[in-house]
Design a protein around this ligand. Structure first.
Ligand SMILES: Cc1cc2nc3c(=O)[nH]c(=O)nc-3n(C[C@H](O)[C@H](O)[C@H](O)COP(=O)(O)OP(=O)(O)OC[C@H]3O[C@@H](n4cnc5c(N)ncnc54)[C@H](O)[C@@H]3O)c2cc1C
Length: 452
């Protein structure tokens, strides 16, 4: 596949706007794939049998396959492209160790205590999996900072709640923020010691490859076209083969590819996001911008969450305006303006764009903070695990593990997510319109004029 970093795009055929709006630019436009492509999995070209077939090798599906294989369950993982080609391989790399809102838990049995316990007990799953299976995915826990321009009762309450769950969180003031982030713009913040960063493309591929090593069969370039009942089993068909299994787990997220169960297609609110990576920055400059190399995000706007990767690049993501997702220059200019305001030293630095890409998130709620993943029962033996919204790095592997263990134990209802019937959301595009047209532009203005 052609290797297209942003720099190569000048003079190269520009991708049509529709790919940016749909979040389907090729994965190699994203910052994360290495020059050497990850393992390429061959397409399925036979009719085979297994216990469980998992469709979609993103963070969720790869984790389901890994954890099923770990339990000795015969598993086939089918990916329409290659692992990590969807949102998972192109996200911003933040590991947010907490839940943005607890409100949705009120609808879970027992007030969601089981979910919360599982979430807190497994909040280090990415680091744990990388260590256990030697997955090289540039995973670090340098701490994650929510940085605010003024004290915030909401942040303080959040800290208290999660400290009570056993989290190590410091409430930090201007001096610590200055020494950690290198800017005096922020006066108050939370330092989540277990927050971190990961190369999500390498991590997703790492999980798929562990699944393979543990005995699962993994096929790439195998979009599933149909899923039909055969006696008490299901036959999942691709262009050149089929898999017959007693259970099917669909982890295709909001992709149009899941037309074989159309009721899953409109269960989410889509929202496109764009990602950007600078060219590597000199160590001296990085020692001024964020010397602690913490993962950091601005409270309350969260406009430009920033990660510094192993190549010393700043990696960030934002939400583009309506119909302009292809406009790399515009969003990079916004990012630079933010950097210049926050770190005056960057005004004289040569910071240039290396990669620009977009991706699609599938959100279960039209309130940004209330997006929890969903577990759907589509038919007997057919489950959908999807709609991870903007925070799938942690919850994808975690919920994948919970579902895999529940399946292995023969008790799907043991999964920490409630089992629901797929239900189409009303006005799916309203969320995107609200965020792209109104909320983000307002947040940009508020941030610019120091109002937030
Ligand atoms: C720009 C951006 C920034 C983000 N930043 C962060 C962040 O910093 N931290 C964080 O935690 N989360 C972040 N997210 C969200 C996170 O990436 C997602 O929540 C997560 O990747 C969802 O994982 P998934 O496995 O459900 O879906 P996906 O990764 O989209 O996987 C679905 C897979 O299914 C495959 N597929 C589709 N149809 C078929 C078919 N018919 N047959 C076979 N395969 C099929 C696709 O090719 C794809 O590989 C971000 C997302 C974006 C787009």
């Amino acid at each position: 596949m052609a290797w297209k970093k942003y720099a190569d795009l000048h003079g190269a055929p520009v991708l049509a706007k529709k790919f940016y709006e749909a979040g389907t630019v090729p994965i190699n436009y994203s910052a994360w794939p290495l020059e050497q492509p990850a393992t390429q999995y061959a397409a399925l070209k036979a009719d085979i049998d297994t216990d469980v077939v998992v469709i979609g090798a993103g963070l969720a599906g790869s984790s389901v396959a890994l954890h099923l294989a770990e339990r000795g369950i015969a598993t086939v993982l089918l990916e329409g492209d290659q692992p990590g080609a969807g949102a998972s391989g192109r996200n911003a790399g933040h590991i947010q160790p907490y839940l943005s809102s607890l409100e949705p838990l009120q609808n879970f049995a027992g007030g969601g205590r089981k979910f919360l316990n599982y979430f807190t007990s497994n909040r280090n799953i990415i680091v744990d999996l990388c260590q256990k299976y030697s997955i090289a995915a540039d995973v670090h826990q340098p701490g994650m900072i929510d940085a605010a321009k003024k004290p915030s009762a909401e942040l303080e309450n959040k800290a208290k709640f999660w400290q009570a769950q056993g989290y190590k969180i410091d409430i930090i003031g201007a001096e610590t923020l200055q020494s950690m982030l290198g800017t005096d713009l922020y006066q108050y913040g939370l330092l989540w010691h277990e927050g971190g960063q990961v190369n999500p493309y390498l991590f997703t591929n790492g999980m798929a490859s562990v699944a393979l090593n543990l005995g699962a069969q993994v096929y790439g370039d195998s979009p599933v076209m149909a899923c039909e009942p055969v006696g008490s089993n299901w036959r999942v068909r691709t262009a050149n083969g089929s898999v017959t299994a007693s259970q099917v787990v669909i982890c295709t997220s909001g992709h149009k590819g899941n037309a074989f169960f159309p009721e899953l297609q409109n269960t989410h609110y889509p929202l496109v996001a764009c990602g950007m990576a600078t060219r590597p920055l000199p160590a001296e400059l990085l020692a001024s911008i964020n010397p602690s190399r913490s993962v950091f995000t601005q409270y309350p706007t969260g406009l430009f969450p920033i990660v510094i990767d192993e190549r010393n690049r700043l990696i960030t993501a934002t939400i583009p305006g309506m119909y302009s997702a292809q406009n790399a220059e515009k969003y990079f200019a916004y990012f630079l303006r933010y950097l210049h305001r926050t770190f005056p030293i960057t005004r004289n630095a040569n910071i240039t764009l290396e990669s620009y890409w977009t991706g699609m998130t599938a959100n279960s709620s039209h309130h940004y903070d209330k997006c929890y993943p969903k577990l759907y029962q589509v038919a007997k033996g057919v489950y959908g695990l999807m709609n991870f919204g903007s925070w799938g790095n942690l919850q994808g592997p975690m919920m994948g593990m919970s579902l895999a263990h529940a399946i292995a134990d023969g008790r799907v209802d043991d999964c920490v997510l409630p089992i629901e019937r797929p239900q189409a959301v009303r006005f799916p595009s309203l969320f995107e319109t609200k965020i792209r047209r109104t909320l983000i532009p307002i947040a940009r203005i508020a941030d610019h004029f120091n109002l937030a």
